[in-house]
Ligand binder design. Sequence first.
Ligand code: B4P
Length: 186
Amino acid sequence: MPVGLVILGRQGSGKGTQAARIADARGVVHISTGDMLRAAVTAGTELGLAAKEIMDAGGLVSDDIMNGIVEERLQEPDVVAGGFLLDGYPRTPGQADALAEAVGDQLDLAINLDVPVAEVTARMMARGREDDTPDSIARRLELYEAETAPLIAWFEDRGILAVVDGIGTEDEVFARLQGLIETVAR
Ligand code: B4P
């Protein structure tokens, strides 16, 4: 059976970095809502134009838009056959409810990649992406605490939450994640 994984964590915690490595190693499809939005911005689509302003300000794109994009992606044949690793979604209670409706019991594991605020701030400042300004970073971290951190309990209630220490080298963090995913791979 294809595996269904979610990776949660503060912006800058290394979700994107690790999700790409896990997808390579395990053959699951990496679905990054951040990457999808950035691709739409680059392509200059209607979604991209609307999303750019929100992303630059450190805000969250609306649940309706995000739920539509992700639901569509989850139905594509590569995901149905290979399983998925969601990176950056769900980020709000409304997105979590939509995900539960879309995939039902196909969620095997939600990983909270735990990195403290000071460290993620330093990483994002060093990365220097267009939306990595001090104001935007502060706004994103505020929204994380308000909207996304409560989802940790949502996954815990479903008995599928695991916390992984995201401090260390990329290889060290990857080894921790691999060991954990082994325990749920079917
Ligand atoms: P994302 O793309 O999801 O967030 P991110 O800031 O890139 O975080 P990530 O955790 O992936 O960090 P990374 O691996 O790059 O979102 C961007 C924006 O899109 C959001 O602010 C929002 O506006 C919008 N958006 C996305 N999804 C949405 C949704 N579902 N709903 C609404 N809006 C949404 O790592 C960070 C840095 O750390 C990198 O430079 C990396 O090299 C470094 N790093 C990684 N691992 C390290 C390690 N072990 N040690 C040291 N440095 C490390």
